[in-house]
Design a protein around this ligand. Structure first.
Ligand code: 8X3
Length: 270
């Protein structure tokens, strides 16, 4: 279902110094939420290849255990909307956390406001906004101590509303607000705050979850698009941000496939 690029490597490059990424920055421990599939799993693999000790966090323990075993990382079952689970994640991740990737979240439904499923909106808000806030808040003292970095995976949905997207767009815009406020609030602290806003990424689960398991509807999202992004394209960007020199803060990167010029402007081949 999901095309994977051939560049998923879990080994360090030969020139890499232990304790340092390929660019020479310190690696330490990276925590990736939503690591059970898609962008989260691909990011965990990329960061492991950069020498980070990766903590794979997600609700589905079997998936993250398999991933962690494959990359020499650790699996911590965690629902980011559960404060106790977040506290456990912090305790199990330890003192060496230098990087937190807030990736858990996603979309549920695509109904117009007139037919809004407000329970689904609440679920989206809980995961994308409150979950990211809780994880960030919990790791902030460690990140300050270790001069670390936090990277939020938002969405081009945060740029503005589109038909049927109100609940998801609102959640992603709210998550972006966390990024913006946090960066201002801790400007005197040695922590970098970055945002990656992906456009159309063909992962195995994003649209399938959004459309409640309707595979046909999920497939239509990518129909005729020659090369939508894949999870590893976003992981590549995250990994690049994570390995910039310590004085460099990448505020936000928007990433779309070449065939998507804007949210509504997608080139589809017949
Ligand atoms: C995914 C982008 O277009 O489905 O976050 O809102 S979109």
């Amino acid at each position: 279902m999901t095309a994977q690029t051939p560049s998923q490597s879990t080994s360090q490059t030969p020139s890499q110094t232990p304790g340092r990424t390929s660019s020479g920055t310190r690696n330490g421990t990276a925590v990736v939420t939503g690591a059970s599939s898609g962008i989260g799993a691909a990011t965990a693999r990329r960061l492991a290849a950069e020498g980070f000790s990766v903590v794979c966090a997600a609700r589905r323990r079997d998936r993250i255990e398999e991933l962690a075993a494959g990359i020499g990382g650790r699996a911590v079952a965690c629902d980011v909307t559960d404060p106790q689970a977040v506290a456990r994640l912090v305790a199990e991740a330890g003192d060496d956390v230098t990087l937190v990737i807030n990736n858990a979240g996603g979309a549920l439904g695509m109904e117009p406001v007139a037919e809004a499923d407000l329970d689904a909106w609440q679920t989206m808000y809980a995961a994308n906004v409150l979950g990211a806030a809780a994880v960030t808040k919990a790791f902030l003292p460690t990140l300050i101590e270790n001069q670390g970095q936090v990277i939020f995976v938002t969405s081009t949905a945060a740029d503005g509303g589109y038909e049927g997207g109100a609940g998801y767009c609102a959640a992603k815009a709210a998550e972006r607000s966390i990024v913006q406020s946090l960066r201002l609030e801790i400007v005197d602290q040695p922590v970098r705050v970055a945002e990656v806003a992906p456009g159309m990424v063909h992962t195995e689960e994003f649209s399938l979850t959004r459309f409640h398991g309707d595979q046909e509807r999920a497939d239509k999202v990518y129909a005729g698009v020659a090369a939508p992004l894949v999870a590893d394209d976003i992981a590549d960007v995250i990994s690049w941000i994570a390995t910039r020199p310590e004085h460099v803060n990448i505020d936000r990167i928007t990433v779309r496939p070449r065939a998507q010029a804007a949210q509504h402007k997608v080139h589809r081949e017949a």
